[in-house]
Design a binder for this molecule. Sequence first.
Ligand code: CU
Length: 393
Amino acid sequence: MTSIFVVLIIAMAVIAIAQLSRIHQLSNNLRGKREEDISDTSNKVNAFLMLSSMFVYFGFVIWQMVVWGPYMLPEAASEHGKDIDQLFAVNWFILLTVFFGVHVLLFYFPFKYYRRKGTKAYYFTHDNKLEFIWTIVPSVTLAGIIIFGLITWNKIQKTEDENPLRIELYAKQFDWTARYTGSDNEMGNANYLLVSGSNPLGIMTKQTINEKLDEYAADIAKLQASLANVMPDHKREEVEDKIAVYERFVARIMDFNNTKRNLNAGLDDQLVKGEMHLPIGKEVEFFIRSQDVIHSAFMPHFRMQMNAVPGEITRFVMKPTITTEEMRIKMDDPDFNYILLCNKICGSAHYNMQMDVIVESQAEYDQWMSEQKVFIAESGNTENSKENKIAEL
Ligand SMILES: [Cu+2]
């Protein structure tokens, strides 16, 4: 009932306004005034409103900067991070200069040049000098930003250390696994065809290859046996197709054995979850992979981010410069931890796809590393010493 009443009031108001403007128009006609005639006073009022909008707008922008400023990231905790921050600073400087410059002109000109009776607009078709300036200045500025960006890009793609710490960041819905190379400092090969419950990263060793081959042999045998049953033609075709696919997988997995890959490199790899440790001042070369969809390895405090793309290995080179302990003191927060996040919305639990990162002294790192299990132990093999395994091969 009330809603009908409200609608009625609104309708009446609209009709009243329409009638009022009609009366206004008619009275103007009677006085010989045309609709398009706008008084100087009304122009002047609009000009002042334009100028005051500028102050309100700038006030709002500056207020936002002050309010959100304290939530910016603390100082970069990596070597290249300083370059990234500098890149940001340069870009912000250019953006803010242009932003304030353009808006001053945008608001000030309507104020300065509002229409006055008797003045005529100045008119010109084009100006070569002006065109030249507004083409060259942005081109040079953009080229500068791009060159600066490329130099920084090279730094995060090139290792300086001859023997950097190599770590694989393996993404899947919805967690991270960090794989360390173990004592040989060589990351074992991996392939998605070898992924299984006991080998989530698909690491390539003699054992994981054979396990997978056995698994497929059993599956194929089962499928072939099922062909003896009576079944409709389309169903039979389906089974035969599946066998063909599995046989192709088998051929590719057999090939892992035949190629000259080092199948021992993966044996002592160390897989960790939940918490990843890094020694201070040591260059780290990250290899980033994904099992399912696109994820993104994001460590904001180190100014590091790189997509994890299925079927591809992406890289990022980084050297931490501030330990977790030092950062806790700097930030006056005893609970602070560096963090690895997923920065690509990858599904329902994306928000929780994270891992703590601890930066510590080499000695502390070595101690932690010595407590981490090696891959072979994870795959359920009882003889888990590397020597035994290699001897067996
Ligand atoms: Cu993700």
